[in-house]
Design a protein around this ligand. Structure first.
Ligand code: BG6
Length: 484
């Protein structure tokens, strides 16, 4: 990995504190940062370098894999940290940024390789990118890269406009759009499971798979992000990015090579094959919900409309269930059921592949049926896979019982999403970042759905702490299935 400077916009913010700084520190602990590196934190706060270093220390102590034995290493890491008080909207500050970078690079004998991480409000993304170019901060003798958080636009038009502005300052290969789900261990493992095991690939199609269920349920409510969430809702917040990414990983064809563009090309093809929804499809295939008050772990919680900062008339959805089709040769006729929501009964992300049943002729369980074979990819909180099979019941002849074969990753000290993704960006591997055509096609698919929502698609309520509106169960039951 090349020596480089990591410039952290929003350097004193919540994401920086909880995720980005701990990720950089963990990489350092694991000897994964280059020998020559510096971190330059930027924020509007007026702080000295020393007080920023204290902030970094508190973030490390609270959120990283730091232990008291690592104190020597921690001090060395902190010596690499610098700070500049900076207003992203103030052109003069870009001049100071350029000067600071040059000084840090010169004093530390670093090449002018610069990575800019925008942990900022999304409406600043394009402005910052343009100013970086206009004030020659990107004019370096080395390379420059830009890491951007979501959301990337609000619909296809705004995402295209944003992309156009960013691409006048950075080329596509220099832009790393983060979707933190792509940094999760088991999400990255889907490709390996599918393409490194001979037992799955022959079955991975509409001849043997009955349906696929992708669930990401959360315990938390809207929290303090009411401004953003009111405009986004579950559709834009979770489906446009994370849920579609999971779907792409399950549905993609094997890439011709294990290189970035080959993988991303295959994912894009899945988006191209997604069946577009007309407004009557939206009515039939999508259930949206909003949480009402309820009990979570014996505590009562308020409904969405009573949350701080939320319009009491709001029609923003906090839950979505959808039945989606990938219209290609492999998946013709196989429904993909997607489900995500806040204030549900558990925090869990998983993908269940349900196989078709054999003719029920020879073996049955106690109810006279054959249990379905399921392959479950557990993304969170456990990370692993389980395979549900039928086996002999030792006590009853001819009756079968479920057997589960389980594999669970040893999760202790496993790198977190941000750690994997920041490491990849630092070494210029954008495989697990979203390419512009992925973002664009995802919005293209989402836009008619948001239009139907705006036109008054029904919004059902569900009790906080439940598994979502009953209409979501009905959605899957009409096909004779049930949520696993
Ligand atoms: C974020 C969404 O992208 O993902 C949040 O903006 C959501 O609303 C979060 O809570 C879920 O991520 P995870 O990793 O906890 O499943």
């Amino acid at each position: 990995m090349d020596d480089q400077v990591f410039v952290l916009f929003g350097g004193s913010g919540d994401l920086a504190k909880r995720k980005i700084i701990p990720a950089l520190y963990n990489l350092f602990l694991n000897d994964k940062l280059p020998h020559g590196f510096a971190i330059l934190g930027l924020s509007r706060k007026s702080m000295t370098r020393e007080s920023y270093q204290e902030f970094i220390l508190s973030s490390i102590k609270e959120y990283s894999r730091h232990s008291s034995d690592d104190m020597g290493k921690t001090t060395t890491f902190i010596d690499h940290v610098y700070y500049l008080s900076f207003d992203a909207c103030e052109p003069n500050d870009y001049q100071s940024l350029k000067t600071s970078l040059e000084t840090i690079e010169e004093n530390n004998y670093l090449p002018q390789n610069r990575i800019f991480y925008l942990s900022l409000a999304p409406d600043l993304f394009d402005q910052v990118a343009l100013y970086l170019k206009e004030y020659s901060v990107t004019q370096s003798s080395g390379w420059c890269r830009l890491i951007i958080e979501k959301p990337f636009g609000h619909d296809m038009a705004s995402a295209s406009a944003l992309n156009e502005r960013i691409s006048s300052a950075f080329q596509e290969h220099e832009v790393f759009r983060i979707d933190h789900y792509l940094g999760k261990e088991m999400v990255q493992n889907i490709e390996v499971l599918r393409f490194a095991n001979s037992i799955f690939e022959p079955l991975w199609n509409n001849r043997y798979i009955s349906n696929v269920q992708i669930t990401s349920s959360e315990l938390v409510g809207v929290e303090k992000r009411f401004d953003y969430y009111e405009r986004a809702g579950a559709l834009r917040d979770m489906v446009q990015n994370h849920m579609l990414q999971l779907l792409m990983m399950v549905a993609m064809e094997p890439p011709s090579r294990l290189n970035t563009e080959a993988v991303r090309d295959e994912k894009v093809k899945v988006l191209r094959s997604l069946r577009k929804f007309t407004s009557s499809d939206v009515t039939k295939h999508i259930v949206r919900g909003q949480y009402a008050s309820g009990n979570m772990d014996k505590h009562s919680v308020v409904g969405y409309l009573d949350e701080m900062g939320i319009d009491p008339q709001s029609t923003t959805e906090t839950f979505i269930a959808a039945k989606v089709f990938v219209d290609n040769f492999r998946w013709a006729g196989v429904p993909f059921f997607i489900r995500t929501g806040k204030r549900l009964d558990k925090k869990e992300t998983k993908i269940v592949i349900e196989f078709k049943n054999l003719p029920e002729r020879l073996y049955f369980n106690q109810n006279g049926k054959l249990l379905t074979n399921l392959l479950t990819i557990h993304v969170h909180p456990t990370e692993g896979i389980s395979l549900q099979l039928n086996g002999k019941n030792p006590e009853q002849d001819g009756v079968v019982s479920p057997i589960s074969i389980d594999f669970s990753q040893e999760t202790k000290d496993l790198p977190e999403s941000y750690e994997r993704l920041i490491f990849d960006a630092m070494r210029n591997d954008s495989t697990f970042f979203t390419r512009w055509d992925e973002v664009k096609l995802a919005w293209k698919w989402i836009d008619p759905i948001s239009q139907s929502f705006a036109d008054g698609h029904p919004l059902y309520t569900y009790e906080a702490g439940s598994s979502g509106p009953k209409e979501a169960d009905e959605l899957i039951q009409t096909d004779g299935h049930t949520w696993w």
